[in-house]
Design a protein around this ligand. Structure first.
Ligand code: NAP
Ligand code: ZN
Length: 351
């Protein structure tokens, strides 16, 4: 066992304690990673506050992990000491079911093991990336390409894969009209990826305060959803709408923005149910869909794609003592656009 400094939430919504946690002995197929950076995803906040229910405490969040390999087990051939690597939302899956075989471990029939707020198949609690070291099965460790800085790669491990997967699945490309709803952590990466895939991208944000940034990220158009004329103006416009909003939306209003056969894909995960009218779908043979993170082959492909196309998250690097304030700002939509923790500050004086 290895002890490592970590930020741990003792109970729902309580402030983080700087503490130490134990990581397991290196198994044959394990990789020990010195974590350098970890992004703050809105899912961390939902779970630390137990907004989805079922949270397990103490909790060490963090599933946007970027670091360097410190040691590998005897059976590991895919990663070597010194490699720059990442870990996203999953750390294990059965490896045998049809979804694992297809590289879509997020749908594993045995339920994939989440990076934190979950249990390994042997019952051990999982602890995430707000810590300085982690031990992860080699299959769940991805390579960070040379073209990406470690701190920029971190948010891609969740925000990147969660937006890349549906854009790829619904075959976004040259000429596709895509709207991204919400330009936060996921949204600002989604805009860049969709634009790099060749789509004509529109941002639908609460206000126009981030318009300049949206256009710089590759959007062609930018509208405020607080202006109700937006919904009239954009009626039946989009092939695909990617909803990245953490709160409930008026789903009917957004369905009305789809062309015939268009799809509204929800990746945002509010705790309360959404509702929609059947006629909002029937009228235009529209679809309402969801999408969950992405599998390991796609995660590697996404990182390579981002390095090749210059997709770079806009980050604000913070120390361990700034995490609570960062959570407040994410909740107020005042993030530009992803907070990333410099994990070397965990356990340092003042943290
Ligand atoms: P975030 O940084 O807080 O971004 C969400 C954005 O939604 C905000 O920046 C804001 O954008 C908009 N928004 C917030 N409240 C709103 C409201 N009341 N009405 C309208 N728009 C609002 O969060 P994130 O880290 O990108 O995560 C977004 C959601 O995706 C969370 O619920 C998270 O749990 C979920 N998620 C899902 C998956 C998955 O696999 N499906 C993976 C990761 C995260 P504007 O200021 O531009 O309006
Ligand atoms: Zn996430």
């Amino acid at each position: 066992m290895t002890s490592t400094p970590a930020l741990s939430a003792p109970s729902a919504g309580a402030p983080f304690d700087a503490t130490t946690i134990e990581r397991r002995e290196l198994g044959e197929h394990d990789v020990l990673i010195d974590i350098k950076f970890c992004g703050i995803c809105h899912s961390d906040i939902h779970q630390v506050k137990n907004e989805w229910g079922g949270s397990i405490f103490p909790m060490v969040p963090g599933h946007e992990i970027a670091g360097v390999v410190a040691a590998v087990g005897d059976g590991v051939s895919s990663h070597s000491v010194g490699d720059r690597v990442g870990v996203g939302c999953l750390v294990d899956s059965c490896g045998e079911c049809e979804y694992c075989a297809a590289g879509e471990e997020q749908f594993c029939v045995k339920s994939a093991v989440p990076t934190y707020n979950g249990r390994e198949y042997d019952g051990e609690l999982t602890y995430g990336g707000y810590s300085q070291q982690v031990v992860v099965k080699d299959r769940f460790v991805v390579r960070i390409p040379d073209g990406l800085e470690l701190q920029d790669a971190a948010p891609l491990l969740c925000a990147g894969i969660t937006t890349y997967t549906p854009l790829k699945h619904w075959k976004v490309g040259e000429g596709t009209k895509v709207a991204i709803v919400g330009m936060g952590g996921l949204g600002h990466v989604g805009v860049q990826i969709a634009a790099a895939m060749g789509a004509e991208v529109t941002v639908l944000s609460q206000t126009l305060s981030k318009q300049e940034d949206g256009l710089r990220f590759g959007a062609k158009h930018y509208y405020a959803t607080s202006d109700k004329s937006t919904f009239k103006q954009l009626a039946s416009s989009f092939d695909l709408i990617l909803n990245t909003v953490s709160a409930n939306l008026d789903i009917n209003a957004y369905l009305g923005l789809l062309r015939v056969d268009g799809t509204l894909v929800t990746v945002g995960a509010p705790s309360k149910p959404d509702s929609f009218r059947a006629f909002a779908l029937i009228g235009g043979r529209r679809s309402l869909a969801g999408s969950a993170i992405g599998g390991l082959p796609d995660t590697q492909a996404m990182l390579d794609f981002c390095a090749e196309h210059g997709v770079t998250p806009a980050i604000e690097l913070i120390g361990a003592d700034e995490v609570s304030e960062a959570y407040d700002r994410v909740e107020r939509s005042a993030v530009r656009y992803r907070f990333v923790i410099d994990v070397s500050t965990i356990g340092a004086p003042g943290a």
